[in-house]
Design a protein around this ligand. Structure first.
Ligand code: FMN
Length: 444
């Protein structure tokens, strides 16, 4: 099974102040990330991963103030230079980097990722996201988030352009012949002449082909449009569902779409989003999980949920149904999956009050409900069961650690040995590139 660490929110939503976090160091101190990367590599984890967002959450109360005050969804750095630095002190662990196909240009991103693949010696993955947050869109000239379907059409074209660019210079195009002075063979360097709905790109990429040819492509969107996009191009999927039934459904839908695209469903794993707290004793881990209850005041939690769903929780009426919430999310072009767990649990006609959403907010912001807390045996049992129930492909994205670096150290020191004892996790790295480590086919 694959294990990756998603550090996107390690310093957000109050986690930075819990015991075990960041003492003597403040985000974005490179030395802290070096410590994390080295610890993760000692445990032979597959990858450390950085999601991203490019705006300060502004949906709650139509203002950035609450997010600024409480550190909700901000600050965030562009992690690409950090990855370049981390690659110099590690040798096997991979790095996942997120850019939005809704806001960025594919030529720039294809070129940047080519460089990152060089500087990491073939250890880079690209998490391509359509983005669903209004605050991000506002920084790229959009008064409103583009339509959900249009974002996925743009993503598919964006990835097509990137892949054509990564193929545009053949792997053996460069000859660097000192005798004749020839650098490269023009017959092996091709324009792509792309003209599409969103982009016109002539190509070729003006770079040297990189060790993996192309980064490992990861896609996270879980709506039907997101699953269809994954099936077309993803090497690995980041699965947001944490309910077992929804996980199986995601896996089944993805398999059907993969087969429809002529791809082997066995070749594409899902890394399930999961939060874990591993203790030497179960009671210790459960007590740590309970620290999440008091970590955020209501306003901070509501700011988080407002940003994720596009709904201003400060302006909601006193009562509403789950169906009305869902209609508002769709009207704002956010993800229709935002409240899927409420729909599954209660149905669309269920009536809620603002107070119910207070409860929902802190659960969403802390991940309390899907935090698997226990001894290494407990957590390994859970992982094995979920892995097998979803086709024994992929693994887990251990996300949003409660305390960093403490939870990284506990994962490596307690959970990894238990998974190894069960024959579920590697003892050493095989191969050199991230594709080798994740078992992802070569780029063609
Ligand atoms: C597990 C997961 C991780 C995601 N990570 C990011 C991220 O780092 N940055 C971002 O802008 N969007 C992120 N997204 C949002 C997706 O890119 C997408 O915009 C959103 O899920 C809406 O698509 P959907 O309706 O198909 O789920 C993530 C979504 C999921 C499910």
């Amino acid at each position: 099974m694959s294990l990756a660490l998603d550090l996107s929110f390690a310093h957000h939503q109050g986690r930075w102040r819990l015991p075990g976090s960041w003492v003597g160091s403040t985000f974005p101190d490179l030395k802290m990330y070096q410590e994390i990367a080295l610890a993760a590599e000692r445990g032979c984890l597959d990858m450390i991963f950085f999601g991203d967002g490019t705006g300060i959450p502004s949906t709650y109360g139509n203002s950035i103030d609450a997010a600024v005050h409480w550190g909700i969804g901000w600050p965030r750095q562009d992690m690409s230079p950090f990855i370049a630095a981390l690659a110099q002190t590690t040798s096997h662990i991979g790095f996942g980097l997120t850019y939005s196909s809704t806001f960025m240009h594919p030529y720039y991103v294809a070129r940047l990722l080519n460089s990152l693949d060089h500087i990491t010696d073939g250890r880079i993955a690209f998490n391509v996201v359509t983005s669903s947050r209004a605050a991000d869109a506002a920084n790229y000239g959009f008064a409103k988030l583009a339509d959900h379907d249009a974002r996925y059409r743009r993503m598919e074209e964006f990835v097509d352009v990137c892949r054509d660019l990564w193929r545009s210079v053949e792997p053996d195009a460069f000859v660097w012949n000192r005798e004749t002075g020839q650098v490269a063979d023009p017959a092996k360097v091709h324009a792509i002449d792309h003209a599409g709905e969103f982009f016109d790109v002539k190509g070729p990429l003006n770079t040297v082909p990189s060790p993996q040819g192309a980064p490992v492509l990861i896609q996270a969107g879980g709506s039907p449009g997101g699953i269809a996009a994954s099936a077309r191009f993803a090497d690995m999927v980041f699965g947001g569902a944490w309910d077992p039934v929804q996980r199986v459904r995601h896996r089944t839908d993805l398999d059907a779409e993969l087969a429809g695209n002529g791809r082997d469903p066995q070749s594409v794993g899902i890394l399930w989003d999961i939060q874990v707290i591993v203790g030497q004793e179960r009671s210790e881990a459960l007590a740590r999980r309970d620290q999440l209850r008091d970590v955020l005041p209501w306003e901070a939690a509501a700011t988080f949920l407002s940003n994720q769903t596009g709904l201003d929780l400060a302006a909601l009426p006193e009562k509403f149904t789950v169906g009305e919430l869902q209609a508002e999310v769709i009207a704002r072009n956010a993800s229709p999956m935002s409240f899927r767990h409420l729909i599954a649990k209660y149905g669309e006609d269920h009536q809620m009050t603002r107070n119910d959403l207070v409860d929902e907010s802190w659960r969403a912001a802390t991940g309390y409900d899907h935090t698997v807390a226990g001894s290494a045996e407990d957590v390994a049992d859970y992982l094995e069961e979920s892995y097998e129930a979803t086709g024994s492909r992929g693994g887990f994205m251990i996300s949003h650690p409660q305390s960093t670096p403490r939870d990284v150290v506990d994962t490596v020191g307690l959970l990894v040995p238990e998974l190894r004892r069960r024959g579920r996790f590697r003892n050493s790295y095989e191969g050199t590139t991230l594709r080798d480590v994740l078992g992802v086919p070569a780029f063609e």
